[in-house]
Design a protein around this ligand. Structure first.
Ligand code: LMR
Length: 398
């Protein structure tokens, strides 16, 4: 039965970790997978998370199943963080929120739901986008199309190209946006541009779907929700999949949520009942550890303050390396100008390096990053910055 099975290629992002771990060089550098690292190159557990775990350990009374959609207390804190504490969407109960195994799990639940009830829907994803988006939608049986996003000439957003394509797509198709900290480019949509896109969505009646994996890593927790909240003022139906992998550092707890916003509370109730079937037929019901950490932190004022400070610290460290990286490249004599990196947001930067250069840096210098040229800035630190910038310069000036 299994003789005909062929070896699958390694995952373009997570597969890099496997190659990195096998590399024996002492000065190897991992700028691949999107995981935050501190100045020591470690991914520590946040203090707020440790404190919440201690509280939860004391207070936990059972390991019985959670509700299929997660606990109401978790769903409430998620909605308030995503839509705003006093959001009309939260108060009117017209969002169907379900706990999900990470942001990816939320996207897959949405894709299964859309495939079941609107099977012909096409999903429009940005060009480029996170390497897994297309695969997740395709694996649910949905077709994807791309809209222009990144302009390699300006190293910025191709807003006109994006707007034009989205003006021409059929109504009721799904349009996937990165709410902030676009992965892989780090190029974000401005508040003014979000307003234009929200009006367009109303006019053309496409359904916006926000992938919200980096809340707090761009400009701030509230600031990074500007796209979602701008749409919320105008558009009655949209989807958000949010992740707590990055902003709580809960990567291996697989914790996130999917929220489907509907025009009316009674529609949300029906949508939720169907999402529960999507979850039940995939993994039955969710795990408790990550969601109880997030709930405890967000509903305990002192812990929440500690957490917000920790998010700021991560954000500031990453941003500081935008400058340090660009300036160090100049000091090394790199002929290519990387000033555009200073304008990007979030964990990633799209360097514009070709696949050949990426592979050369991996093979000759043991510097690992994604073939698209995306680097994780959080992988840079005082110990490796000179080495990385020197290597970039040697490869690029060659
Ligand atoms: C990334 O893009 O590196 C992260 O989102 C991790 C992943 O799952 O790919």
């Amino acid at each position: 039965m299994f003789e005909t099975i062929e070896m699958a290629p390694a995952d373009p992002i997570l597969g890099l970790n496997e190659a990195f771990n096998l590399d024996k060089k002492a000065n190897k550098v991992n700028l691949g997978v999107g995981v935050y690292k501190n100045e020591e190159g470690k991914t520590p557990i946040l203090n707020s998370v440790k404190a919440a775990e201690r509280i939860n350990l004391e207070e936990e009374k059972t390991k019985s199943y959670l509700p299929i959609d997660g606990k109401p207390s978790y769903k409430k804190v998620v909605q308030k963080l995503v839509f705003g504490a006093n959001s009309e969407i939260v108060n009117s109960g017209r969002a169907a929120t379900i706990q999900a195994p990470g942001g990816t799990g939320g996207i897959k639940l949405a894709a299964d739901f859309i495939k079941k009830f609107y099977p012909g829907t096409k999903v429009w994803i940005s060009d480029p986008t996170w390497a897994n988006h297309k695969k997740v939608f395709n694996s649910a049986g949905l077709e994807t199309r791309t809209y222009p996003y990144y302009n390699p000439k300006t190293n910025g957003l191709d807003f006109d190209g994006m707007y034009k394509t989205l003006s021409e797509i059929p109504g009721n198709d799904l349009v996937l946006f990165h709410a902030c900290c676009h992965n892989p480019t780090g190029v974000d949509i401005s508040p003014e541009q979000w307003k234009k896109l929200a009006s367009l969505s109303l006019k053309k009646s496409f359904i916006p779907f926000f992938d919200f994996a980096y809340q707090g890593f761009g400009n701030g927790l509230k600031e990074d929700a500007v796209g979602i909240r701008t749409f919320a003022e105008k558009v009655k139906s949209f989807l958000v999949s949010n992740s707590f992998s990055k902003n709580f550092g809960l990567y291996n707890e697989r914790i996130g949520a999917l929220s489907i916003v509907t025009p009316k509370q009674k529609e949300a109730a029906k949508v939720l009942s169907q999402l529960k079937i999507c979850a039940r037929t995939n993994y039955s019901n969710p795990p408790s550890h990550g969601s109880s950490i997030v709930t405890t932190i967000l509903s305990t004022p002192d812990l929440r303050t500690v957490w917000e400070d920790e998010v700021k610290e991560m954000r500031d460290r990453i941003n500081s390396y935008r400058n340090i990286f660009v300036e160090n490249l100049k000091v090394q004599g790199c002929k290519k100008n990387f000033d555009f990196i200073k304008k990007q947001h979030g964990m990633f930067s799209y360097t514009g390096l070709t696949k050949d250069k990426v592979i050369e840096l991996r093979e000759k210098y043991s510097i690992y990053f994604v073939n698209s040229g995306r680097i994780n800035l959080a992988g840079l630190n005082g110990n490796n910055i000179d080495y990385v910038c020197k290597a970039f310069t040697e490869v690029l000036n060659d």
